[in-house]
Design a binder for this molecule. Structure first.
Ligand code: ADP
Ligand code: MG
Length: 574
């Protein structure tokens, strides 16, 4: 076949495939347009799981009648004028292809009226064929109706999931935007039922309740960290609240939801050893940075971004989340009522001014105002404890300023050993010489990654020397990785370099944990001398994360003074 230029319609459909993958992608683009138009109210109606109808109505600045045909043309946008603007994008849209793409795979009706216009105007596009602009009566703002999505692209229809799944995608998407833009009044109606309705009063915790339900929303911990030009805010779940997958994790960068494996990894690292293996936290985190610090033009659906200083962003997330966690990680309380420190303060929920005064979310920043003295924040560290004795050869019983503590001696000892071994391992990694050196030939990319690190490798117990183009000879490997073929061991390290983690950290921790559990820690049922009990208690107090064992199980249970008083019927007697 000779080379030919594709007909416009075909080219549009191909391009549409990148932007409009499923009904939720249409909702996303239309919502972003409404937000870019400065809408204070956004109403979304969905029928037939989005295949029948998606209608988004806003009260934004509208589109002048004579510009309607342009709005549905590819590469037509009001948000970008020159290439230089690409590096400082402040709007959610900029590619000028969403409406054109959607219109090429559906029947689209665009109705709009700017505030200055007497009447509105309407334009219909049917599978890419643009009709004529007609005047209509319409309120100020814009309404986009998308009917019969993918009616002319049967292949795309086949890839759609069950209606329930598509609906869940839409629901999740809208709710997340509602959380990112709490000052907008959102209404989502699906198959005739209102599934989300927010007040637009700017309070994120209220929207959080719509996303996770009131119980979970109440437990979520607030994160507030970062410097002036890199701010992290949002909510994370306490270690007691987890999921078996990562679906509950969302990141927004400058108001835009992004998928970024490195951000998720930073979050998970912050939870490291605080969660059981295979469990994941819930998180909705917002990163704000100057637009020049992030390139948003790397993905047609704008779902991926590139950070100018990736390490800095990564560290900010990890530190911010870790700090919030350590500040909040409570000792499990036998008290069945929600802890007062987590109860929502009724009126001023989520509003920063109120948040500082209300105990709903104790501030995580050290410079934030302290909570009222009547309700002290949950201590991060364990308080100094006075040993009372050992029970059942299994638990230490201790007294603190705020009640009794039962400490699982095995879990506690695991934590102590774990932190000690980690500290040692970081200083000195044992190495194992191979009987026969092994040569390994890497890809050009991997070799480029490895070459500057050859020196560093010795510090991690490797002995590796260049041995021809992209080829290296391995003479020794770290003992921690000696169970792997030497070439694979080298790749483990390469991956670590690639992901910018402290090399071998993950493997080291995993192996150490395994070892600690198997052998070293004192067992339940093992009688300890008073001196040993005392030592264990002091060692635990000195730990960085004394409240959980390395597997995420609690090391202690707290019987608060309040609980004891209520149990003994002393409370309220006076
Ligand atoms: P982009 O958002 O990348 O500019 P779109 O194809 O999504 O591209 O939209 C094209 C143009 O149509 C926008 O630049 C904007 O001027 C206009 N537009 C689209 N939706 C709206 C809306 N809801 N309110 C006001 N203007 C809109
Ligand atoms: Mg757009």
């Amino acid at each position: 076949m000779p080379i030919r230029i594709l007909p416009d319609e075909v080219a549009s459909q191909i391009a549409a495939g990148e932007v409009v993958e499923r009904p939720a992608s249409v909702v996303k683009e239309l919502i972003e347009n409404a937000l870019d138009a400065g809408a204070r109210q956004i109403r979304i109606r969905v029928q037939g799981a989005g295949q029948g109808l998606i209608e988004v109505t806003d009260d934004g600045h509208g589109i002048p009648a004579d510009e309607l045909p342009l709005a549905v043309m590819r590469h037509a946008t009001s948000k970008l004028s020159g290439a230089e603007d690409l590096f400082a994008i402040r709007t959610l849209g900029f590619r000028g292809e969403a409406l054109a793409s959607i219109a090429s795979v559906s029947r689209l009706t665009l109705t709009s009226r700017p505030a200055a216009a007497e009447v509105g105007a309407r334009l219909q596009v049917d599978g890419g064929r643009v009709g004529a602009v007609e005047p209509v009566g319409a309120p100020v703002g814009t309404q986009v109706r998308v009917e019969d999505l993918f009616y002319n692209v049967p292949a795309r229809r086949k890839f759609l999931k069950q209606p329930a799944t598509e609906r869940r995608q839409i629901d999740g998407l809208v709710t997340r935007y509602a959380l990112a833009y709490p000052q907008v009044r959102w209404q989502l109606e699906m198959e005739g039922r209102t599934v989300l309705h927010t007040s637009g009063n700017g309070k994120r915790r209220e929207v959080l309740a719509a996303l996770y339900g009131p119980d979970i929303a109440r437990q979520m911990l607030e994160v507030l960290a970062g410097e002036a030009d890199l701010r992290l805010s949002g909510f994370i779940s306490p270690t007691s609240l987890t999921r078996s997958n990562r679906q509950g994790i969302t990141f927004f960068v400058n108001g835009r939801p992004v998928q970024d494996a490195a951000l998720v990894r930073a979050l998970l690292q912050a939870y490291h050893t605080l969660l059981m293996v295979g469990r994941y936290p819930l998180a909705v985190l917002f990163l704000e940075m100057p637009p020049e610090a992030v390139d948003v033009n790397v993905h047609p659906a704008k779902a991926e971004v590139r950070f100018r200083d990736r390490d800095r962003v990564f560290r900010a997330v990890q530190r911010g989340v870790r700090r919030a966690l350590l500040a909040y990680t409570p000792v499990p309380d036998l008290d069945d009522r929600p802890s007062p420190a987590w109860q929502p303060a009724s009126p001023g929920w989520g509003d920063p001014a109120n948040e500082a005064a209300a105990p709903a979310a104790p501030p995580t920043e050290s410079d934030a105002p302290p909570p009222p003295p009547s309700q002290p924040p949950l201590p991060g560290k364990v308080p100094l404890l006075r040993l009372l004795g050992q029970a059942g050869g299994t638990y230490l019983v201790a007294e603190g300023p705020d009640g009794l503590y039962l400490i699982d001696q095995h879990a506690a000892h695991e934590r102590v050993l774990f932190e000690r071994l980690m500290a040692q391992a970081a200083a000195d990694i044992p190495s194992q010489r191979l009987l026969e050196p092994v040569s390994v030939t890497l890809s050009a990319a991997d070799a480029a990654l490895l070459e500057p690190q050859l020196e560093v490798l010795t510090r991690f117990g490797f002995e590796v020397e260049p041995f021809g183009p992209h080829t290296y000879r391995i003479r020794a490997v770290p003992t921690l990785l000696s169970h792997l073929p030497p070439a694979d061991a080298l790749r483990v390290l390469l991956e670590d370099f690639e992901e910018d983690e402290t090399p071998l950290q993950q493997e080291m921790e995993a192996r150490i944990i395994a070892r600690v559990c198997k052998r070293a820690a004192v067992k339940a049922g093992q009688v300890l001398s008073p001196a040993e009990q005392e030592q264990l208690l002091r060692d635990l107090e000195a730990c960085q994360s004394p409240r959980t064992c390395p597997h995420g199980r609690p090391t202690m249970i707290h019987l608060s003074v309040d609980l004891l008083e209520r149990q003994f019927g002393r409370k309220g007697a006076r």
